[in-house]
Design a protein around this ligand. Structure first.
Ligand SMILES: Cc1cc2nc3c(=O)[nH]c(=O)nc-3n(C[C@H](O)[C@H](O)[C@H](O)COP(=O)(O)OP(=O)(O)OC[C@H]3O[C@@H](n4cnc5c(N)ncnc54)[C@H](O)[C@@H]3O)c2cc1C
Length: 374
């Protein structure tokens, strides 16, 4: 057992793994064809107590901690279920509401998010900006006891299934400060764009969101006016660690699969594993994966203790995502032509992993963050 986890985390892992193997893994191929995961899956996951790990019991949640979140992220990554957007919903959007929501907001949305009836998304990126979030052009103008929202968001994970959007914008277009609001997708003036076609994460309903004079009561604001950027900054360390946790797990799972494959596959009268090149590639992979795991687990301990710094999270995300890209490419190579076939998990993991270097802040932005403290 890894020292970062307690016994209750490992018991939760058994439960999560059984669910993933029964309800998710057999359907991934179909969901990739559909470009979306059915809403029923969310309800089943809610019933099984697998959504919103950190939501306190008083709002219907399991009252867990980041350790439970990490277990769920790892179990999804183990089978490369990247299409299933539980993590954004459970470990990001719900956490924003827990951290900054009023009592009424928590009562209003968290129980439905825990049960899977309300699917949450974080809608920040716009067609004109992604890395530079402070340059957002969405406006959230005050009109009496309402806000009126205008703008467009893009690349939004779970956008197709979305019921509740935590979005950001400016109270005044000339403003530098961001504010966050919660918007139900049933509001007049709100529209979802088409599901975006992507090279990977094909089962993920990533989409555009449009706000055209969408009115929400002032009490839908999350936290204080103009404090949005500092909220984002606070949450980003954990969000980046999520990507590193996923990378570490994906590398380990694909390493195992590759070892199995090369030991079975015969070429020139011996197994592919018997070639020194294969053993060396796998040995390098094993060594690097072990180093990554040690650092990521250390970051996980720190986030659980409230001590993870933005630089450490950026290092974990940078190294994890880059390592994932490099190693999966080598694992795919060891599969020969079969590695290029969609039927083999390594091919899908390789293409899905490409986005890890882009979303949650690109590798270049991670280097910027790390270099600021040099
Ligand atoms: C599949 C997918 C899911 C996503 N899900 C969500 C979501 O749920 N919610 C959401 O809000 N967003 C989401 N995003 C958006 C994602 O966070 C952005 O794509 C990402 O932050 C990069 O922004 P951008 O695409 O605008 O690239 P840009 O910011 O335009 O960057 C272009 C290039 O310039 C480089 N660059 C930018 N600034 C610097 C700098 N200072 N120094 C050096 N190089 C720099 C970048 O590294 C990159 O190589 C998602 C994206 C994808 C692809």
């Amino acid at each position: 057992m890894r020292s970062v986890f307690r016994e209750d985390h490992e018991m939760f892992r058994d439960q999560a793994r059984r669910f993933v193997e029964r309800e998710i893994e057999p359907h991934l191929e179909q969901w990739e064809k559909d470009g979306i995961v059915p809403k029923e899956l969310w309800l089943k996951a809610g019933q099984a107590g697998l959504l919103c790990c950190c939501v306190p019991e008083e709002y219907g949640g399991p009252g867990g901690d980041y350790g439970h979140s990490a277990v769920m992220i790892e179990e999804l990554a183990r089978v490369n279920a990247t299409a299933v957007g539980f993590t954004t919903h459970s470990e990001i959007v719900a956490n924003y509401i827990v951290a900054y929501g009023t009592e009424e907001q928590k009562q209003q949305w968290l129980p439905g998010m825990v049960s899977g009836e309300i699917i949450g998304v974080l809608g920040l990126s716009e067609p004109g900006i992604g890395s530079d979030l402070r340059s957002m052009s969405t406006t959230i103008k005050r009109d009496g006891d309402h806000y009126v929202i205008n703008g467009q968001k893009t690349f939004i994970t779970n956008g197709g299934n979305a019921d509740l959007v935590v979005t950001g914008g400016k109270l005044d277009s000339k403003d530098k400060h961001l504010s966050l609001v919660c918007v139900e997708t049933s509001r007049a003036g709100f529209a979802k764009g088409k599901l975006l076609e992507k090279i990977g994460l094909k089962g993920q309903d990533t989409s555009e969101l449009f706000f055209d004079d969408v009115r929400v009561p002032v009490d839908h604001r999350l936290g204080e006016e103009n404090k949005g950027a500092s909220y984002l900054f606070h949450q980003l360390a954990w969000e980046r660690l999520i990507i590193a946790i996923r990378a570490a797990q994906c590398i380990e799972s694909m390493l195992e699969e590759t070892i199995q494959y090369v030991k079975d596959r015969k070429v020139f009268g011996k197994t592919v594993f018997d070639f020194q090149n294969t053993k060396f590639k796998l040995a390098e992979g094993k060594a690097q994966a072990s180093m990554l795991r040690a650092f990521v687990d250390d970051c996980l301990k720190k986030v659980m203790a409230g001590e993870l710094s933005p630089e450490e999270a950026a290092m974990a995300k940078l190294v994890g995502a880059e390592m994932q890209g490099k190693l999966l490419d080598e694992f795919l190579q060891l599969h020969g032509g079969y590695g290029f076939m969609s039927e083999y998990r390594v091919s899908r993991a390789w293409v899905d992993a490409r986005v890890a270097r882009i979303y949650g802040g690109t590798s270049e932005i991670m280097k910027e963050i790390i270099s600021r403290k040099l």
